[in-house]
Ligand binder design. Structure first.
Ligand SMILES: NC(=O)C1=CN([C@@H]2O[C@H](COP(=O)(O)OP(=O)(O)OC[C@H]3O[C@@H](n4cnc5c(N)ncnc54)[C@H](OP(=O)(O)O)[C@@H]3O)[C@@H](O)[C@H]2O)[C@@H](O)CC1
Ligand SMILES: Nc1ncnc2c1ncn2[C@@H]1O[C@H](COP(=O)(O)OP(=O)(O)O)[C@@H](O)[C@H]1O
Ligand SMILES: [Mg+2]
Length: 279
């Protein structure tokens, strides 16, 4: 087990070069949301842009169009033909990385759209939340995922994917086997969060109970998608994303308490987090 501390992170961290531009800084596509869960994809999309990629597009059901535009004017928005849930994920843009699943629900129409998306997609992928729940119900679709797809399950989502475990040791064995079987980078969210790729285990060292708040995971999947779009390899994108996400809470807690910290604050504190890496 490798502990991910600041020295480890500085080794993989790539500062932004001064002659870059938004076109080469990475384009992240976040596919998510449904009626009553549109906040999830707003949080993911905003977290992606605030993590340094150059462009962000959100793909949402029709009812999300104005919500995303108003919540987050920097984003471009593509809409599904269905009003409330995703039903047909089609677009002509060429993103560098895609994050999918936050807030999408598990309507049968959305399951079908997710399947058709997986059939045609070749882009590096992060799968979160209901994307994982849908995969749990259709585990033969795992073979459709690109190599080193990143999945970000919390405890319940992980159980749905790999079944239950009796001990921490058994959990790790099962996750390692799952990662080997399907060539996945598994972000085992918790306190602490682990990133597991095949038999490599990376234990994060940042984060605290302030992160136990709605949308915290949606923000994490947005950050990781952004890093993937910025051409970090999938293992490093997951490790760095988890570290940055946790560090926002470590910097913020003494300034604003555990209680008052919400998912939007993770996004707000990303600036201080990046500055702390430069010093
Ligand atoms: N603003 C928005 O639009 C938001 C939208 N969201 C979207 O909602 C959708 C549903 O996602 P979800 O995670 O709330 O539902 P679900 O998978 O049933 O898990 C809930 C149960 O799992 C457990 N549990 C969870 N974490 C655990 C842990 N660390 N450690 C241990 N147990 C843990 C816990 O179960 P319990 O322990 O109570 O048995 C809990 O009751 C999804 O698409 C998401 O993106 C949300 O992101 C919120 C903001
Ligand atoms: N007590 C805690 N200590 C550290 N990190 C935590 C704690 N509670 C939650 N987190 C982190 O917060 C995030 C929660 O993700 P998730 O459950 O998917 O939230 P949501 O679906 O509401 O966005 C994970 O990254 C998890 O590791
Ligand atoms: Mg979640």
């Amino acid at each position: 087990m490798i502990k991910v501390n600041k020295a480890f992170i500085l080794d993989i961290y790539k500062p932004i070069v001064n002659d870059t531009h938004k076109g080469i800084q990475g384009h992240a596509l976040l596919i998510g949301g449904s009626y009553s869960k549109m906040g999830s994809v707003c949080l993911s999309s905003k977290a992606a842009l605030k993590s340094g990629c150059g462009l962000v597009t959100a793909f949402v059901p029709k009812c999300g169009y104005e919500i995303v535009q108003i919540a987050f004017p920097e984003a471009m928005v593509l809409i599904d033909e269905n009003e409330k849930v995703l039903s047909n994920i089609e677009y002509t843009i060429e993103p560098d990385a895609i994050g999918i699943g936050m807030g999408i629900g598990q309507d049968v129409i959305t399951e079908k759209a997710f399947y058709n998306f997986l059939l045609q997609n070749k882009t590096n992928l992060v799968i979160d939340a209901d994307g994982l729940n849908i995969l749990s119900k259709n585990n033969n679709w795992l073979s459709l995922l690109p190599q080193k797809t990143i999945i970000t399950p919390h405890k319940k989502e992980l159980e749905r994917l790999i079944g239950t475990w009796q001990s921490e040791e058994e959990k790790l064995e099962k996750v390692i086997q799952f990662s080997l079987d399907h060539d996945l980078v598994v972000v085992v969210k918790g306190a602490p969060t682990l990133v597991i790729y095949h038999s490599e285990i990376y234990q994060n060292t940042t984060g605290n109970q302030a992160l136990a708040t709605a949308g915290s995971g949606d923000v994490l999947s947005g950050i990781i998608t952004s890093l993937l779009a910025q051409s970090y390899n999938p293992i490093n994108a997951a490790i760095l994303g988890v570290y940055l996400h946790g560090l926002t809470a470590d910097i913020a807690a003494p300034e604003m308490s555990y209680q008052a910290f919400v998912a939007s604050d993770i996004i707000s504190y990303l600036g201080k987090v990046y500055l702390s890496l430069e010093n």
